[in-house]
Design a protein around this ligand. Structure first.
Ligand code: F6P
Length: 539
């Protein structure tokens, strides 16, 4: 698989040269007496640090990767995005999530963004203080965010991560799935008199969100909320305010986002209303400030020391030269539990593409499969495969150095595991070492206790999980996605790939729920599945 850029073929040659080299040799005192490898490959930006030293890279690799980034026009794509140019040509739009956290008065749409943020803050303060009440005069205790994809994953991830900053007066809930169980499990336990629903949908046409929103409205009415008091319990967030009003939400309770904010990049906009209600306007500003710190770093740091560039290019190194199919994100932090699923949408919906910007098809791999789970849980589930399996999966470890909870004695154990895993992935265990452990009585054990090692990991270090550091961490990954998209010459801001399933879903739903008629219009497998389900639904 090839890419015509000169640095791409230089990297192919370089890969052949170093593919059999062992990281453990690079770290060995004989080759790195000072030692300096960790220091040489650790970079800082936006308040975060990243140790890239346990990757299959040397100075020449990094030089070529940065050269590839330059040849691919990463800087031009970055600058065009910040300037508000149409960087999403298939939808004819800019992608201005960075403007949502910009502080410069001349940033694109600045006045409009500030005005909407002030409206959000006024509302969030009223809910948090108890001034905003439900139809019986009780204060709001439950905030239910109804949305899916970008209208769910970002806010849910952030609210969970910053739970230690959440007001104790309120509980946040997130409902996304059209499976009624998702909504039911939330509403069966809460009191409608104390509940606020935030319906979040950029388009306000999404099947799952509209279905859940309608069921939620029925639930309020069935529990005694008069139709004309529903405004006390519903607000909407959308780039399609007319549809929100049509749904029945009062005009003054509609918060706007804009078509130049992509769904998966939208938590910084009014889509983050549930975040602002949970942690307050001031902390929300801190979240934005952290993202802005990373924006500034991305915009101004030399590519050689630029965290999103290095993270993105090292990802390219494994995906396109080592042929890695997937990469793992392992936050050693329960607070970051939902970061992997958030990143799945960010990375795979952005860069899971086959058409280049010029309309031709790529003949190289694009987005890797993103997956992950917090440590240490993953260690007791799938890490076996990472250590001794036949597939190399590069890993991003995320370590938060100070805990956000009072159980301080857990923390050294957590961090020790994180660091030990990256050490073990790098070192492995040689045959000699395995023989010593097995001893003369058990030579048959040797192959089973050998570890190939040389498995690449990056360790991201966060001093403490604050709104600011979280903002920087999220923006780091947003920009990493742009870096990779630039090299792959694809558009990371559209998502045509989700359309076909949606269109066919409507046809299948009509067949499933039709009172009569046959369903032979599908392939034999789909028709048989529909027929079986129809019989079950009629029972
Ligand atoms: O189906 C994919 C998608 O369009 C995502 O890109 C988006 O985040 C999600 O659906 C929800 O869309 P909306 O906010 O318009 O309801």
């Amino acid at each position: 698989m090839t890419n015509p850029l000169p640095a791409w073929s230089a990297l192919q040659t370089h890969y052949e040269q170093i593919r059999n080299e062992q990281m453990r040799d690079w770290f060995a005192p004989a080759n790195d007496p000072a030692p300096t490898r960790a220091e040489r490959y650790t970079y800082a930006g936006g308040g975060l640090a990243a140790d890239f030293s346990k990757n299959r890279i040397n100075d020449a690799t990094l030089k070529l990767l940065v050269q590839l980034a330059r040849e691919a026009g990463v800087e031009q794509r970055r600058d065009a995005m910040f300037a508000g140019e149409v960087v999403n040509p298939t939808e004819g739009r800019a992608a201005l999530h960075t403007a949502l956290r910009a502080t410069e008065p001349n940033a694109p749409f600045h006045a409009q963004i500030l005005a909407e943020k002030a409206k959000m803050a006024k509302f969030a303060d009223a809910v948090r203080s108890g001034a905003w009440t439900g139809y019986t005069g009780k204060r709001i205790r439950h905030v239910v965010n109804i949305g899916i994809g970008g209208s769910d994953l970002g806010p849910k991830m952030v609210v969970h991560a910053l739970k230690h900053l959440e007001t104790p007066e309120l509980d946040s809930h997130f409902v996304s799935n059209v499976d009624g169980a998702d909504l039911w499990r939330v509403i069966e336990d809460i009191d409608p008199e104390e509940t606020l629903a935030i319906i979040v949908s950029k388009t306000f046409t999404t099947l799952e969100t509209m279905t859940n929103a309608r069921s939620m409205r029925d639930w309020f009415v069935q529990h005694g909320c008069p139709e004309d008091a529903l405004a006390k319990h519903f607000v909407g967030v959308s780039a399609n305010p007319a549809e929100v009003v049509k749904f029945g939400i009062a005009k003054e309770n509609v918060f706007e986002m804009w078509d130049w904010v992509g769904g998966r990049y939208s938590l910084w906009s009014a889509v983050g209303l549930s975040i602002m209600i949970a942690i307050g306007p001031q902390q929300f500003d801190e979240l934005l400030a952290g993202a802005h710190d990373m924006d500034e770093h991305f915009r101004t740091a030399p590519l050689e020391k630029n965290l999103p560039v290095l993270l993105g290019m090292i990802g390219i190194w494994y995906r396109n030269f080592f042929g890695s199919q997937s990469y793992l994100v392992a936050p050693y932090s329960e607070a970051l539990h939902y970061l992997p699923s958030y990143l799945q949408q960010l990375e795979m919906e952005s860069n899971g593409k086959q058409a280049r910007l010029d309309g031709k098809f790529v003949d190289y791999a694009t987005s890797a499969i993103t997956w992950g789970e917090p440590g240490t849980n993953g260690q007791h589930a799938f890490f076996q495969m990472l250590h001794q399996g036949t597939t190399i999966v590069p890993i991003d470890f995320i370590a938060v150095l100070t805990p956000e909870h009072p159980l301080a004695d857990h923390h050294p154990k957590l961090l020790a595991n994180c660091f030990a895993q990256s050490e073990a992935m790098m070192l492995g265990r040689t045959e000699e070492e395995a023989k010593k452990i097995a001893g003369p009585d058990k030579p048959e054990l040797v192959p089973h206790i050998m570890f190939p090692g040389n498995r690449p990991t990056t360790t991201l270090l966060v001093d403490a999980l604050t709104a600011r550091s979280l903002g920087a961490l999220i923006a780091l990954y947003e920009h990493k996605v742009l870096v990779q998209a630039s090299v792959w010459n694809i558009n990371p801001f559209d998502q045509w790939g989700v359309e076909l399933g949606k269109i066919l879903g409507k046809v299948v739903e009509a067949d499933l729920t039709a009172a009569s008629g046959d369903v032979k219009a599908h392939d034999s497998s789909t028709s048989a599945l529909i027929a079986r389900a129809r019989a079950a639904l009629k029972r």
